[in-house]
Write a protein that binds this ligand. Structure first.
Ligand SMILES: O=P(O)(O)OC[C@H]1O[C@H](O[C@H]2O[C@H](CO)[C@@H](O)[C@H](O)[C@H]2O)[C@H](O)[C@@H](O)[C@@H]1O
Length: 290
């Protein structure tokens, strides 16, 4: 359904702005531009603001991301980074703290279970789920027993643990082979498996990016929204925007395109070329907002 950002129709002194392929997306973009002060901008981190790299510890926001966000944020009601990362990790890897223009940025981490606000510099979070400690203890032996340790890597996330397969010889095959067994392990401890780009995360249930985004819309009183994501964990946020649109709140769905995930492109109003395309879009939006 989406198109590549390069299919621009308007190019002028303020830079190119692409045209969404859907009527709902065109309405969403028009509303964002007409009333920026009522707009909420929601952005995923890895794969959307930060290019995908083999080692999650090395992931950083695109070099132009912070400047684009700092140009956009003062013109809109709110900007929120909605991520599967712990909030503090996304703040650090994004370079979001102490940036002029980003004084009101929020980072909703762990799929919305955690929250960091630039205004306070503090992270709020719920009590840890006891199942995470149990899974943490069991996971290395579990992977060893099922013979899946080669090339897999466990990311310690505090309130969750993630098994990465990107560095395996056949990342997709190992991902598929692990999905069932890890689902069974997670279920035994009251957790769920969150699948992502060559990663299976074992995390507490009860929160997702859709719930988090809708809560933020309510809190900010936003009257138009944009959400940009790249991965399966962003689908609930896409669902939230679709729900808002059916309730009369205009919205624009942006897919940060990749060869790894097709599902978001199919539901997006606009497909851009990964984090580079997202950052260009944000800068261009800021330039077009009076
Ligand atoms: O919600 P997000 O901000 O997209 O976070 C989702 C997961 O992102 C990270 O993993 C992904 O990025 C890594 C670094 O580029 C990459 O190596 C990995 O293959 C991707 O799945 C992060 O490590 C996870 O904890 C996040 O849940």
């Amino acid at each position: 359904m989406g198109i590549h950002q390069d299919s621009t129709i308007s190019e002028g002194p303020r830079g190119p702005l692409p045209t969404p392929v859907t009527p709902a997306g065109r309405d969403g973009l028009a509303a964002l531009l007409a009333r920026p002060r009522g707009a909420l901008i929601g952005l995923d981190f890895d794969g959307t603001l930060a290019p995908i790299v083999p080692d999650p510890e090395q992931a950083r926001a695109h070099p132009d991301a912070v400047a684009a966000l700092a140009a956009l944020a003062p013109k809109v009601a709110a900007v929120a980074v909605v991520t599967g990362r712990p909030a503090g990790v996304a703040v650090r890897h994004g370079g979001f703290a102490g940036v002029p223009g980003l004084e009101h940025l929020s980072v909703l981490g762990h799929y919305g279970a955690e929250r960091w606000d630039a205004a306070t510099g503090e992270v709020t979070a719920p009590e840890p789920h006891p199942g995470v400690a149990a899974v943490r203890a069991e996971l290395p032996g579990f992977l060893d027993r099922i013979g899946a340790w080669r090339g897999t890597w466990i990311e310690e996330k505090g309130r969750a643990v993630a098994v990465h397969t990107r560095r395996a010889e056949d990342p997709q095959a190992v991902f598929e082979a692990l999905r069932g067994p890890l689902g069974e392990l997670a279920g035994r401890h009251g957790l769920i498996v969150e699948p992502g780009r060559m990663v299976l995360e074992l995390r507490p249930p009860g929160m997702d990016k859709g719930v988090a985004f809708l809560e933020h819309v309510r809190e900010t009183g936003a009257q138009a929204v944009l959400y940009a994501g790249d991965d399966l964990g962003d689908l609930p946020a896409f669902g939230a925007v679709e729900k808002l649109r059916s309730d009369g709140v205009p919205g624009l769905l942006v897919c940060s395109g990749s060869a790894e995930v097709a599902e978001l492109a199919d539901r997006a109003d606009l497909v851009v070329d990964g984090p580079e395309g997202v950052v260009r879009l944000l800068a261009s939006l800021a330039a077009h907002m009076e």
